[in-house]
Design a protein around this ligand. Structure first.
Ligand code: ADP
Ligand code: GLC
Length: 467
């Protein structure tokens, strides 16, 4: 079974968030169970692409409206990943030191057209094309409707919604850039008067998946304008919980962390990682360490964090460390807070893969007060590293974390308010005080298996169910 994943991100090549982790792991786990799964993504100008060698396997040009744009398909020369990876190289549009920007409409339109132009020429075409998020949302439309891709219209397209907040909206002025199709079918592209790639994917893909079962249900009620469409198409929508790459995220072998550990050495392992964090960030290591890692945006409840931290630090005996970036105002408030709580609070504004691993290993609790969380990977990483998740009960968080009061192992709260998050932190601090129970719980959560094994199989079964 040949599967081609099409994505804007893939770990370790280019990562902005969880999409990269998923696309960097799912194909590997699919190959482990006998599939032939590969990835195609844009060729960016970043640390990975400057470090490795690539060979050109195809050269051509696409038409983007009236403009002819040269592109190449590159292949990674060394086999350092557990799946084949191909790149669309368009110097003027894609070869940038960022993944997303303000000019994404043309960049991802060109990426999708070049991808399909190349697939057209392949002798061994994929049996399934698996598209991820709105950046690849026009592929199901184009294979179904554009005359030039008619020979691809029997290849089933699966489209995964990682996040329905972003839909890739573009005005009808861009219509002429999409390879010619019967204009009578323009309705497939349109949602509320604009071209909406995510809506087009929902209408045209053979199957839609969401990254957790709860998120699938939540989208019928709140999907940034796509609720009715998703309800209408509900028969082809399936919720499949993401997994994690249990080789990359393994405290026993993780090369980023300060001391490796397994369930038998968890106490000393976590202690060393915590000590390093506390000395690096000037925090009190005798107090329970609460961490937040993530994008500082409304979906993650991030703008409430300065108030939450202020309140808890006033009354609770804890340390807090934050790693993230996003809204400038939230970043500034989080930085300002440092001076009042020297020794108990610190924030690193930016993106740092290594530091994130050390935080998962060294923290006692991980905070995820998300307003929207289609799946969330952080809580699954934290479980594997014996760090107790404190989460808002939503989306994938609801599907993976059970509260300690319900025979579970984490702390859950219902809504995203300063008071509820503060109360959840208080409940966690109280839980920490009983070290015997706390340590037993850490060992238990390390053993929960969230690897991709089960979900990779679920995707294969989904492909097989398409006829
Ligand atoms: P989302 O994709 O919505 O941001 P996920 O929980 O699916 O959320 O995945 C986030 C991924 O990005 C995780 O691998 C997390 O560790 C990582 N991450 C987020 N922010 C940072 C950061 N500032 N530095 C390092 N890693 C980060
Ligand atoms: C999105 C979602 C996140 C999910 C990730 C991977 O970024 O916001 O919840 O875990 O995609 O599917």
């Amino acid at each position: 079974m040949r599967i081609m994943h099409v994505s804007a991100e893939c770990y370790p090549i280019a990562k902005v968030g969880g999409l990269a982790d998923v696309v960097g792991a799912l194909p590997k786990y699919q190959n482990l169970i006998g599939a032939d799964s590969s990835v195609i993504m844009p060729f960016y100008n970043n640390a990975f692409t400057s470090k490795y060698d690539f060979s050109t396997i195809f050269d051509s040009q696409i038409s983007l409206g009236n403009e002819l744009i040269k592109f190449s398909v590159l292949k990674l020369s060394e086999s350092i990943l557990d799946f084949d990876i191909y790149f669309i190289d368009i110097k003027a549009l894609l070869f940038k030191d960022y993944v997303y920007s303000a000019d994404d409409t043309d960049r991802f339109l060109a990426f999708q057209i070049a991808t399909l132009d190349w697939i057209l020429t392949l002798k061994d075409k994929p049996d399934f094309i698996h598209c991820h998020d709105h950046h690849t949302g026009l592929i199901p439309f184009m294979t179904q409707e554009s005359y030039k891709y008619e020979s691809l219209n029997k290849i089933p397209i699966i489209s995964t919604i990682h996040n329905a907040q972003y839909q890739g909206w573009m005005s009808h002025d861009h219509l002429y850039k999409i390879p010619e199709f019967n204009i009578k079918n323009i309705g497939l592209l349109d949602w509320n008067g604009v071209i909406n790639p995510l809506a087009a994917a929902i209408k045209c893909a053979w199957r839609i998946t969401t990254v957790s079962p709860s998120y699938m249900e939540e989208l019928k009620i709140e999907a940034n304008g796509l609720e009715d469409l998703l309800s209408h198409e509900s028969l082809k929508v399936v919720g499949i919980l993401n997994g994690i790459d249990a080789d990359v995220w393994n405290p026993e072998t993780d090369t980023f962390i300060i001391e490796n550990y397994d369930v038998t050495s968890i106490e000393s392992g976590k202690k060393s990682n915590k000590e390093w964090l506390c000395s690096e960030f000037n925090l009190d290591q005798d107090k329970p360490l609460f961490a937040f890692i993530g994008r500082l945006v409304g979906e993650k409840g991030a703008e409430l964090l300065p108030d939450v931290f202020e309140k808890t630090l006033e009354s609770d005996d804890i340390s807090i460390l934050l790693l993230g970036s996003g809204f400038k105002e939230t970043e500034s408030k989080l930085l300002e807070l440092k001076s009042n709580h020297n020794g108990f609070y610190n924030a690193y504004i930016g993106y740092d893969e290594k530091l994130s691993h050390i935080i998962y290993a060294g923290a006692d609790f991980l905070l995820m007060p998300s307003r929207v969380e289609p799946c969330g990977l952080n809580q699954m990483y934290s479980l594997r590293y014996g760090t107790v998740p404190v989460v808002r009960r939503i989306g994938g968080l609801k599907d993976t974390v059970i509260d300690i009061d319900e025979d579970g192992f984490g702390i859950c709260h219902e809504s995203v308010t300063v008071d509820e998050i503060v109360a959840a932190i208080k409940k966690a601090s109280k839980f920490y005080k009983n070290q015997k129970v706390f340590n037993k719980n850490r060992k238990l959560i390390m053993g929960i298996d969230h690897s991709w094994k089960v979900s990779a199989k679920a995707y294969i079964n989904l492909y097989k169910s398409i006829n």
